[in-house]
Every structure is written in C-alpha cells, then in structure tokens.
Write a protein that binds this ligand. Structure first.
Ligand SMILES: *Cc1c(COP(=O)(O)O)cnc(C)c1O
Length: 406
C-alpha cells in the first residue's frame, strides 16, 4: 500500500511529527465556507478562521478558481525573473495603501524579518552602525524566527534558543511615557501591532499611536506596524491603522493575504525601499505566481465596501451577542476588538480557563480560539453567512452551559 492510500489518524501525529504542537483529537479533511468536516464526517462551525488566515472561509470558489487557473499556467520561475501575478498584486497593494514598494515572502515572521532588516539597513546607511536599536512591546507577537521571536514580547517563546540578538528592548503596550523613556537617537525602529492579537485582542489607544508616530518622527526611527493578523480587512478597514488615521513607515501583512495559501508582504515607501538594493535580501519562494494569484483574488474580494462594511456590521453583531451571553452566564469582564477580530475576556471567576472553554466549544462542534489564558478569541471568515454565525453562537451557548456547570 502506498503512503497516499494508507489510513492515517491523529494517533500518527505522536509517531511522526515533532511534538511542538498539541493538535485537537480530530483531523479536519474538508471545508466549505465557515463549515469544516473531520475524518468521521462530523461537521463543525468555524469561528476561528485558521487563526485569522481563512479570511474568506474554506475553499472560496473564486480562490479555488484563481489557484487552479494559475496552477495550469506557471508555478515557479525563481527571482531571476519577475512574474505577472506578483506584479499585479504589488500594484493593487500599493494602490490600496500608503506604500509604494512591496517585498513578498511566505509567512508573517519572514515579512517582519524583512521589515526589521530594512529598518536596520536604513539606519546604518543614513546614520551609522550605532543606530540599530529596536523597540517592541511586552506581550507582542511577531513570529518564530530567532530574530522575530526575540523582538516579540513573550520571553517564554525565546528562552532556550541561545544568545539573544542584541539591540532589542520591550516596553509596556499603550504606555506612551514608557516609549518616550526608551526611545533615543540610537533607535532605528519601533514595531507595534495596531491590535495585539495573540496576547488578548488588545487594540492600541488613539493617543498612543499618535504619540508613538510623533516620537518616531522626532528620533528618525521607522514605525513598523505588524498587521500580519489585523490586516486584510480583519478590522473592518483594509488595514487596522486606517481606523486610527496613523500611517506607518513600514507595514507587514500575511495571514489573510493568501486566504490559506502561504504568502506575506512587507510594504514601505520608495525612499526606504531603496536601501534594500540588489542582493541585500531575498527569498526563494516569496512572490511566487501561485501565492500571488491567490493573494490578488483575495484582495479583489476583500477590498470592496460590501465586504469591509459587512465586517464592521458582523463584528458589532458578534460582540453584542457575546456581551449578552457574558451577562446571562456572568462570564466575561468585557468583549473587545475591532471588526471580526474579537476577544471575550473571562472575568475573575474564570481567569486562566479560556482553554477549557475552547475545548467545551469543540465538544459542541464549534471552533473558536484563545488569545492567552484569559481570552476567548473569534476570527471568523470575513464573509461568514448570518446562519453560520448564529449557529456558531448557539453552539457557543451550549459550550458555555457545559463550561459553567463544571
Ligand atoms: C501570526 C503572527 C505572526 C507570525 O506569522 P507566521 O506566519 O506564523 O510567521 C507575526 N505577527 C503577528 C501579529 C501574528 O499574528
């Protein structure tokens, strides 16, 4: 029997995979819209969106069409050449944002790696080697490469991996005084998530982003917004910083950009981009025709008033319903977030139990996420059907009943 024909199950994971994940007990095999089926045929409602990746749900017909059309044309050509899908997607991204130049890569971490390298290069070229310090925020998440994991503000993810890259410091999020204290002429970049995703769906305050923008201007530091999670319509704007009217110098995005196909982008101005001259940076797969063809289809769909306004409406509806459930079962301290990136913060009585509530949801045939130990996170498809959202909420109430009875 060939491997392809062999039956596999969750139990195989522990035999053949590096144990860095602890996947659920079932194996999803098929998805359509906001529904997912496992090997046994069980149907689940998906309000997790593959951690804010499946921005258009599972197997959106237009994405399937874009991917298969490109698959029959051209997959890969190397960076010795450019390609049409990459040029089209870059043109559309620059038309839709502050940016004038795009660098494509394959994951959020790689886009951030490019952004941080760009910031160091700009500072080195313009001001010399001393200007290399990067300021990030506590509890932030920027990826898992050695550089990005150390820029991220969760030490547990960077412990045990040897000497830390130098010149990185962390200050509390939404604390402008701390940022003012930390920033100096030696700072080359400040990196921020406009909405901290992984650590609890915590939006930045308006005055904070305004203040950090002014500090970066004062000290000639690049302001990098990590919109890997908050971007591509998730917040109800194409990018979350538009909600604030604060423009970064560099932006990264990934997760929803490919709707499930791996692609990320680092976007910046022409003047900064020039510092990444020929040969200074690169990637084998970044900007490949398959990924960019899908990304173009994703952007075409998401960057429309219908979809973006739908995100705002559905987000308000979801937060309202979650607040009602929270009151009915005395469960949540608050429900926060922007658009369809929503965090329900467990109150004192249930602190630390977000994982248990997520597990109860799964038993009720519903996929939700956590964002740290105290927050249940929702990142559904941006085009989720009302019936699926309502069915998801009904299942979430069943899960809550089981959870509070424990
Ligand atoms: C998920 C995420 C990343 C890392 O993306 P990968 O594709 O896993 O490398 C970086 N930044 C933020 C804000 C994220 O949410």
């Amino acid at each position: 029997m060939s491997i392809q024909e062999a039956q596999v199950s969750r139990a195989d994971f522990d035999q053949v995979m590096v144990p860095n994940y602890a996947p659920a007990g079932f194996v999803p095999v098929r998805g359509a819209g906001s529904r997912l089926w496992d090997q046994s045929g069980r149907e689940l409602i998906d309000l997790s969106g593959g951690i804010a990746v499946n921005g258009l749900g599972h197997c959106h017909p237009k994405l399937v069409a874009a991917l298969t059309a490109q698959a029959n044309k051209l997959w890969h050509v190397s960076n010795v050449f450019t390609n049409e899908p990459a040029l089209r997607l870059a043109r559309k991204l620059t038309d839709a944002t502050f940016a004038e130049r795009v660098f494509f890569s394959n994951s959020g971490a790689e886009a951030n790696e490019a952004a941080l390298k760009l910031a160091r290069k700009v500072a080195s070229d313009r001001f010399g080697a001393d200007k290399h310090e990067i300021i990030s925020t506590l509890n932030s998440f920027h990826g898992r490469t050695v550089f990005t994991v150390n820029v991220g503000g969760q030490p547990k993810y960077s412990e045990g991996f040897g000497p830390r890259p130098a010149g990185i410091s962390h200050v509390p999020y939404n604390d402008l005084a701390a940022m003012e204290q930390a920033i100096s002429d030696r700072t080359c970049a400040v990196i921020l998530e406009p909405i901290q995703g992984e650590s609890g769906v915590l939006p930045a305050q308006q005055a904070y982003l305004e203040g950090v923008r002014a500090l970066c201007d004062k000290y000639d530091a690049l302001l990098i917004f990590d919109e890997v999670q908050s971007g591509m319509g998730r917040s109800g704007k194409l990018f979350a910083h538009e909600l604030y009217g604060i423009t970064p110098d560099v932006m990264t995005t990934a997760k929803s950009l490919g709707g499930g196909f791996p692609i990320s982008a680092m976007l910046t101005s022409k003047a900064y981009a020039e510092h990444l001259s020929v040969g200074t940076h690169g990637t084998t797969f970044g900007g490949n025709p398959l990924a960019c063809a899908v990304g173009e289809a994703v952007l075409d769909i998401i960057n429309t008033p219908e979809v973006l306004n739908g995100v705002i409406e559905k987000g308000e509806y979801l937060r309202e319903k979650l607040r009602e459930l929270g009151e009915k079962y005395s469960l949540f301290e608050l429900v926060r977030g922007k658009g369809l990136l929503v965090g329900a913060v467990l109150n004192q009585q249930y602190k630390g139990k977000a994982g248990a509530l997520m597990a109860a949801a799964e038993r009720a045939d519903l996929l939700v996420l956590v964002a740290g130990p105290d927050v249940v996170r929702f990142a559904p498809s941006l085009v989720i059907e009302q019936v699926d959202l309502d069915e998801g909420l009904a299942r979430f109430e069943r899960a809550i009943k089981e959870f509070v009875a424990q």
